[in-house]
Write a protein that binds this ligand. Structure first.
Ligand code: ATP
Length: 611
């Protein structure tokens, strides 16, 4: 393990971290931290048996009052690294004296994360709700509402930097007595355009406040934040060079643009993918609906996540996915354009764009002339809700496989996308579809501009993964066998017209309007509007073709009437040389059968259609 703990705070004695730390951290129990029994009860309620390594090492430091820069790999439980000691500190402080001011501010780069963090606070304060109050400032609210929320001196405020900053105009002194400041995903906040907000906030926060910066990477942005918010913090760098991507078996398949649709159909319909599947498509909301409608043609249900959905429904979708109400989630990864692209190119990505709360930061910062100063990609994403970023920080639970249906545009984005699986020590699988340049634009209806760079990006991804000892294994499909399914794919693709996609988007918005609490009153007063909205909702999303919902016998493996998940594991995979690779070295989350894990991505041999 590469571990560094340096530059200790001047007023604290150096921390002795013996070499055996990594080892001893494995023996640490939650009870060793001296946490309040109500917190321990909540931890037990989550079924967490012992702290993750970052938790074992970071929690005592934070409880000891040290400022800390914590770097640990995605999915390693960084949120609880700071939340558990934070809650404990609030409880200790309230025991001593009634708290009349806000104790801690947790800054996160996106609204989704703010929501997630607040929910985590609620989970771990379930048995001490009266003693720990937390609020969230991540949406634009009327000044009076913000004022009254802050007037009650909540112990913990979870906020995006721009909302926290805006709240200072309403309640100028609410941060003046802060004891603890957390900047979560600190390698990301600056690239979201929060620089000025953070500068304003730092001026309002007491000097010497205990500051915790967490991140998955230690970038120059983290250094800048460290310089701004904490002098000489302890630095806990737990990211072994090869820890990122650990537990993930990575596959890549090179194929044509229409082949992607063929593959995803086969993988999902024949249940070659088992468990929860997170599919990333490119930076394009329409693309996510197109894929959803396409899959619907085959009776495959999925949900969509994109920046155009209201925040409440995005959060709701992630919650439902986590609860297992559906297994396939299609996400358009729009935020990679801003945060990850810039970061990976080593650019200064802190140019103000639109604020991540949907606020136009160019107006806010008085820099209207974005046309000439903003890179193209940034301008494009500024029309969208900038707080959207699913490949960073969002805790998708128990994702068995991440499918990059469209290759991400950077190696960094790739790492964050695949990091949505194999979280908290679990294992997972990723499959990335890449369009080689000779196959680009060979099937115009399914072509997307970003695929032009797939090959280049793939070589960067491979380099990045190789640097940490990881590899993307090529996935060999028996394309001849798949050809039998091609006509069904074309049928389905034809049904998913632009109009159908537009209607699907409209229908989704209508459903959100119908669900909107804010509009309920209006509907009560204007029932005709409600009726009209409901009536609109009757529109069909796409021409459906019932015959596509079943897989005909002649396309099934020889002798099979029906494919079940367990059958799939034993369907022999045909390699180019005809060798059977059954049961080879899969480490993912497949079902066990006969004591051996079954690779959910195992291919199959099907008979071509009888002539
Ligand atoms: N001690 C633990 N035991 C088991 N699961 C845990 C433990 N701590 C956290 N988890 C779970 O691990 C998952 C990942 O945690 P978290 O989101 O905090 O990771 P992270 O390091 O912040 O990831 P990212 O960098 O992607 O934001 C969550 O579902 C969380 O509930």
């Amino acid at each position: 393990m590469k571990r560094k703990l340096d530059d200790l705070q001047e007023d604290k004695p150096p921390i002795a971290l013996p070499d055996a730390d990594a080892k001893s951290s494995q023996d640490t129990a939650f009870t060793d931290f001296g946490l309040d029994s109500r917190i321990l009860t909540a931890i037990a309620g989550q079924g967490f048996h012992k702290p993750t390594m970052p938790q074992a090492l970071a929690i005592p430091q934070i409880l000891d009052g040290r400022s800390l820069v914590l770097r640990a790999k995605t999915g390693s439980g960084k949120t609880l690294c700071y939340l558990l000691p934070l809650i404990e500190s609030v409880l200790r402080a309230t025991k001593e004296a009634a708290q009349k001011s806000t104790f801690a501010l947790v800054l996160v780069p996106t609204r989704e994360l703010a929501d997630q963090v607040l929910r985590t606070v609620e989970t771990f304060t379930a048995f001490c709700q009266k003693d720990v109050r937390a609020i969230k400032l991540s949406e634009q609210l009327p000044d009076e509402v913000v004022r009254s929320m802050l007037a009650s001196s909540p112990h913990i405020v979870v906020a995006t930097p721009s909302r926290a900053c805006a709240s200072l105009k309403v309640s100028p002194s609410w941060t003046s007595d802060l004891k603890l400041l957390v900047i979560d995903e600190s390698d990301l906040v600056l690239s979201y355009g929060y620089e000025e907000d953070l500068a304003t906030l730092s001026a309002s926060i007491p000097k010497g406040v205990q500051a915790i910066l967490t991140s998955a990477t230690l970038t120059s942005d983290v250094d800048r934040l460290k310089d701004r918010f904490c002098k000489n913090p302890a630095v806990l760098d737990l990211n072994e060079p090869d820890a990122e991507g650990e537990g993930i078996t990575q596959y890549v398949v090179e194929c044509g643009e229409d082949d992607k649709f063929l593959l995803i159909y086969v993988l999902l319909k024949l249940k070659l993918i088992q468990g929860k599947c997170l599919i990333f498509v490119t930076d394009d909301v329409d693309r996510s609906y197109r894929l959803k409608l396409y899959l619907e043609q085959f009776g495959i249900r999925s949900a969509v996540l994109n920046s155009q959905l209201p925040i409440a429904s995005r959060v709701h979708t992630v919650q439902q996915f986590n609860q297992g109400l559906f297994d396939i989630l299609i996400s358009s990864d729009e935020m990679e354009v801003l945060g990850d692209e810039a970061g990976s190119l080593g650019e200064d990505a802190s140019t103000p764009d639109a604020g991540p709360d949907g606020e136009d930061a160019s107006e806010k910062h008085g820099t209207k002339d974005t046309e000439t100063t903003q890179p193209k990609k940034k301008r494009k994403s500024s029309r969208r809700d900038k707080d959207y970023g699913v490949s960073r920080g969002i805790d998708f639970r128990n994702v068995a496989i991440v499918v990059n249906f469209d290759c991400p545009s950077t190696a960094r984005s790739y790492a964050h996308r695949i990091g949505r699986t194999a979280r908290a020590g679990q294992t997972g699988t990723s499959l990335t579809m890449v369009v080689p340049s000779d196959k680009f634009r060979k099937h115009i209806p399914t072509s997307i501009p970003s695929a032009a760079n797939d090959e280049k990006t793939l070589s960067k991804i491979k380099k990045q993964q190789a640097a940490s000892g990881k590899e993307l294994k090529p996935w060999h499909f028996d394309w001849k066998t798949l050809e039998g399914f091609r006509y069904r794919v074309n049928d389905a693709l034809r049904a998913v017209t632009k109009v159908a996609v537009r209607e699907a988007r409209m229908r989704e918005i209508r459903q959100e309007l119908l669900k909107s609490d804010k509009l309920q009153r209006r509907f009560e007063e204007n029932p005709a509007e409600l009726h009209a909205l409901r009536h609109d909702g009757q529109l069909r999303s796409a021409r459906t073709q019932p015959h596509l919902k079943d897989v005909p016998d002649y396309l099934l493996p020889e002798g099979k009437k029906k494919l079940t998940a367990s059958d799939v594991g034993f369907v022999p995979m045909r390699k180019a040389d005809g060798k059977n690779r059954k049961g080879r070295g899969f480490k993912g989350k497949g079902k066990r059968s006969g004591g051996r894990k079954i690779d959910p991505l195992r291919s199959f041999k099907a008979r071509p259609k009888a002539k």
